[in-house]
Write a protein that binds this ligand. Sequence first.
Ligand code: MLT
Length: 262
Amino acid sequence: MQVKVNRVNLAYNIYGSGRPLVLLHAFPLNRAMWKPQVSDFSKKFHVITPDFRGFGDSQRTRQPYFMETLAEDIHALLKKLGITEFVLGGLSMGGYVAFAFYRHYPEMVQALILADTRAEADTEEGKKNRKALADQAIKEGPRAIAEMMTPKLLGKTTLAKKPRLVKQVKELISSNSVTGIANASLAMAFRADSNPLLPQITCPTLILVGDEDTLTPVALSENLHRNIKNSQLKIVPQAGHLSNMENPKAFNQAVKEFLKKM
Ligand code: MLT
């Protein structure tokens, strides 16, 4: 499905009925990464999986933007769908957008699911790497980014034992646009430190992280857990940064248990 928000056509899928659950994808993937979750979660929830602008089937925009822009797109999409309260889940960049959303619209968020993400802003070196990645995407295209990033995104177990998933992730990244990848990389470099926000988060929060995640190692999730009062931390075994795809069984179980208590 597509809807025009903030002058951009945004693609999204909707499944099931019940309490709304919005799932925000990682960089440089798109809403297809939630495939292992939707059939399971849609038995009890009204699951909404949007593509951020520039990703998947959403429209590309040339102008640079911020994490807040992506949060505003999600807000406008939910407004069009008539959804005022919901559970917000985000993995990695999806988590950065979830922080930006919570900063502006905390009253809409009934619960948060923060997977393989971090509160910290980029270091100076990290910012340089974002610019280098954006330049590489423009010069060499999404396939080169897929080859470069997939070994970092996936855990050692997946890389050694799940060649089909490795291929699938590469294809997913390669299907995205150069503009989408380059702009999001720069937008992440500009994002704010969300540490000051953590003590202000009052809703029930589930923090998930793959035990083999090297991009956002477990210690960063422990920091989230320490500073978000009403939070619990679940480590997803034998999974890297894309914990929802690498160990969907453990990931889904943790989410369902968390949501059952609500
Ligand atoms: C992601 O998975 O969204 C990215 O790895 C986030 C990042 O590079 O900081």
